[in-house]
Design a protein around this ligand. Sequence first.
Ligand SMILES: Nc1ncnc2c1ncn2[C@@H]1O[C@H](COP(=O)(O)OP(=O)(O)OP(=O)(O)O)[C@@H](O)[C@H]1O
Ligand SMILES: [Mg+2]
Length: 233
Amino acid sequence: MAILDVDIPPWSIDLIYGNTGSGKSFFAGWLIEQAYERGRRFIVLDTKVKNHIGLVTLPGVKLLKVKVGARYNWKKLIDFDQVLVVPTRGTISRIGVDGLVEQYYKPLLDELFRRDRDRIIVVEEAHRYNPSSRRPGKELEQLFREGRDGRLYTVAITQSIADFPKLLFRQAQRHFIFQHYVPNDIIYLNRMIPGFSELNDQLRKHDLVEFVPPDKVRVIKRELVIRRTRHYG
Ligand SMILES: Nc1ncnc2c1ncn2[C@@H]1O[C@H](COP(=O)(O)OP(=O)(O)OP(=O)(O)O)[C@@H](O)[C@H]1O
Ligand SMILES: [Mg+2]
C-alpha cells in the first residue's frame, strides 16, 4: 500500500478548509498522529466534545476537559508536551463554542504565544477567533505573524475561506483544501492556485489538495489518510 508522506516542518502555518463533514478534523488528527510519531510537541484546542478524543489513546497525551466556571493554570498545562483540550458537554450547552473560545481558548493561545516554544497548535473553528471576516483576532494574529520565532506552528481549521481574514490567509505556508462548491470560493481559489477548478472537479468527498505557495500542488486521496486512533466525526 502506498504511504502518504506529508512533511511536518519545524515551523509552519497550515490552513485546513472545507465544508462541514469534508474531513478537516480527520485530516488534522492524522497530521497530529504523524507529529506524535516524530516526538513533536502539540496541543489541540478542540471545540467539539469528542472529535479528537481518540488521540488520548496515544501514550503520554494529556487530556484537559474544560468545565465552565473552573479556573485553569495554563502555565502548568504548557509543561505537558502533548495535550488535548476539549470542552465538556455542559460547557457547550452553557456558553457555546463562542464562550469557550472567548473565556478559555483565547487566553490559552495568548499564554502559548508568550511562554511556549516548539509546539504545534491545532485551532479548530479558527474563524471564531476573529471579530469579523476582515479583522483577525489578536491571539491568532500574533501567532501567525510572530510564531515562527518560537517555532509555534499553527494549524488553523475553518469551514470557509470567505469567513477568514485575508490578512491571515496570506501568511499561510501551506493549504489543505477539500472539495469546494460555492462559486465565489472556487473563483477565489482559482486566482491563488493555478488550475484549481479542474482539480476541484476531480476531488471526491474527503480527498484534498495540498498547496504550497506559490505553485506546488498535489492531490491527496482519501484512502491514503489512514488514522491510527479513532476519530469521532
Ligand atoms: N479520508 C477519509 N476516509 C474515510 N473517512 C473519512 C475521511 N475523512 C473524513 N472521513 C469521515 O468523514 C466524517 C467527517 O469528517 P470530519 O469530522 O473530519 O469533518 P470536518 O470537515 O471536520 O467537519 P466539521 O466542519 O463539521 O467539523 C467523519 O465521520 C470521518 O470519519
Ligand atoms: Mg471538524
